[in-house]
Design a binder for this molecule. Sequence first.
Ligand code: NAG
Ligand code: NAG
Ligand code: NAG
Ligand code: NAG
Length: 805
Amino acid sequence: MALWVVWVLLAFLYSCQALLIPRVSFAIGSPGRLFTHFNNPGIGNTTTLLLSDDEAMLFVGARDAVISLDVSRPGVMEIRSKLDWSPLSKDLDGCAMKGKKKADCPNFIRVLQFLNSTHMYACGTFAFSPRCIYIDSQTFAPVTGPSGKPDEGRGRCPYDPYQRNTALIVDGELYTGTVADYRGNRPVISRHLSEGSHIDLKLDDTLGWLEEPTFISSTFIPSEEKVYFFFSEVGREYDFIDKFTVSRIAQVCTSDVGGQRTLQRRWTTFAKAQLLCQSENELPYNVLQDIVTLLPPEGVSSDETLFYGIFSSQWSVNSGRSAVCAFRLGDVKAVFSGNYKVLNRDTLRWSTRVQEKVANPGECGLHNASDNTLRFVKENFLADESVHPVSRGLALVSPDQLYSKVAAQRTRGANGKNYTVLFLLTESGFLHKVVLLDKGPHIIEELQVFQQPQSVKNLLLSVKKGVAFVGSSEGVLQVPVSNCSFYWSCAECVLARDPFCAWDPARKVCADVSSIQGDAVQDVEGGNVIDTCKPSTINPKAKLGQPTVVCSPGEQLYVSLNEVVKLQCPEASKLASLHWERPNSRLSQDLYLQPGNGSLQFLATPVTLGHYMCVSVENGFKQTLAIYSVKQRNSGTTTQAVSSTRVPNRPTADTGRGAGSKTKMMAPTTVSKGMGAITPRVTRNLTSVNQPRLTEARQSMDNSSYFEELVVVSVLLALTLCVLMLGAVFTLRQRCRGRTAPQVCPKNDSETGSLQEQDPLTGTAKQNGVVHNGLVQNGLAHGRSPSVKNSSPRASNGYLPNTPM
Ligand SMILES: *[C@@H]1O[C@H](CO)[C@@H](O)[C@H](O)[C@H]1NC(C)=O
Ligand SMILES: *[C@@H]1O[C@H](CO)[C@@H](O)[C@H](O)[C@H]1NC(C)=O
Ligand SMILES: *[C@@H]1O[C@H](CO)[C@@H](O)[C@H](O)[C@H]1NC(C)=O
Ligand SMILES: *[C@@H]1O[C@H](CO)[C@@H](O)[C@H](O)[C@H]1NC(C)=O
């Protein structure tokens, strides 16, 4: 028994440490977080997204087609033109003859870039025989290049649509990382479309440059005149571990033209280094999944350019988890200008033997260098040091999400400070919006964007428009980066800690920071409502003693004695801790079950009839979310009782749970959707399915043999132990969240004393009084004003307007 307790406590302490959950969760189609779809039966596998400079057009490379979408108006995506580009039937026959699946033989567009001011360049897998074409940006028609026919795509685009690649055009030259053969075992980083004295370049054919790489992305840093490639590969330098995957950053100079005798038509500036995403005492997150570049704020040195990468782990201990690490360009440069490991090309072994440094590998401008220098470069291209993440730590670790795509943005908060916001796409189809703060990451929200996991995923941010574009096997989505109006009060606006949103005291709305003239109320770091939502933001009327109600005026619930009553609290924020209060009495653990999912269960007895309030505490801020008045039914009120089940559902909360991995926190039951409304039939169902303990207890109470009494005692003992365990676990959970949830319900003020049970006529008014007092007592009367409440259709259904739909 003791062992068992220790085990449970340990399990919870572990989950404590791992707790990083989105504050709000929106299921697909939630009215609180709408987005635009572009679906077209002919457009699938949207593998590449490219935004025009003015961000008015989105070009999409898909299966057998390139399309342009007009995205100049918010919330609208209209197809402007479509370029069909599919293999001919003879190409498809050839593909099938080579033994490839028919579904893999179409032309999957894998390269789509602007070539110059008038043309784009596109490459596709083209039935396992890659091709590239020029596209006139104006007419969207294919144009043959200088050769007069489509370019061969070898080395520019993979053959196999499941091979990853990267491509980037800089000054009219195409830099690519891909495999350059049909079987997919000749990886190469190369340059194409070069003209004049600039010639096409690639890696030398000798072994050892790349080891079974998976290319992730590439970026051009103008101040360095370098293109950086990101990929993962087998780390041969760790020859004591079999097939140890490492993540890399590699570089080439755009000025490179190859060597004169040694390294002719080959890179002379190629160098690579390990990207290490690891925290102390932990296995590294070694497999790069995606990485993006975040430019420094204006006026700051380009060394402060950051690369945000998502990493997963090769080891099963860390399976299902992922981490985000940020790397500084300055640190990357320092590693590339340091020492290099030496490759013995005969044994293909790396050593750190320090030989005389003949040259600086990775240095630009080596084309006129001596053969001796170039030979040195050819053997020293793996930097000795690894690139460590900024402040040597992980920016974020997700215990239960495999992130696959990342986008990063810097945004200015109301206080003028810059915040970094990451958008992370999960394998399961959710988009997480995360703000990185000094004291750690905060997941502002999660948004379900796919019904089903997608094999193809893309994420592109348009900072100017404030939207994220998400590409998938099914189409393209346009998701606004925020919906501030979802937060209906100053308190909710501040608690959200969304740097895009602030409370506008003048208009009394939560709005985009940029739209607010004058003082904007925001506290991204602390989310401290009490200090931030100043009394000046309170509607003056509220101060005159009118009720400020944040919740429904009170659900009347008619029950029969000895029925199991289950009350459900609407869930506004997953970071809030919910508890139940009764005027005048404590909820004794003997009578009430609080399973920690926001619900309250008890047997209806004369003692338990009366008023119940669900109170949420988030970040030290307390508000009442729901009030129930439980009354005894007499035969005439049956219809009323049934009608009380009409309480609006909150579909999101449910779907969010189903799709996410938070099921452990909730115990959805058939009744929980109905928000605690109880009908006799449902109750019995519930009793038998979900409440065995209460049922047993009750049944046993009805019997009277000694044996039965023994059973009663045992069951009660078990029940008590369970309640104690639940209590302990609940307490732990509260600690985990670092909330300051009071463990004891506060004393009720004198007025509530008159609020006793069964007072149907005056109940509502008094409840309002209670809520009002409750709020004032906690210094929080600045919720919504009565006028706001009345004008809001959402308030009329008696539920929290900010509950996720
Ligand atoms: C923003 O939230 C409000 C309130 O929930 C909702 O009515 C509106 O449709 C939402 N807008 C978007 C674009 O999601
Ligand atoms: C852009 O590239 C295309 C294809 O090489 C070429 O025909 C066209 O003249 C170029 N346009 C400009 C403005 O350089
Ligand atoms: C480098 O070599 C090229 C010819 O390959 C020559 O034109 C150029 O002047 C040389 N540059 C230097 C700095 O020696
Ligand atoms: C294309 O999309 C379909 C689903 O629509 C998916 O099954 C298939 O694997 C995708 N193909 C590639 C090459 O990603």
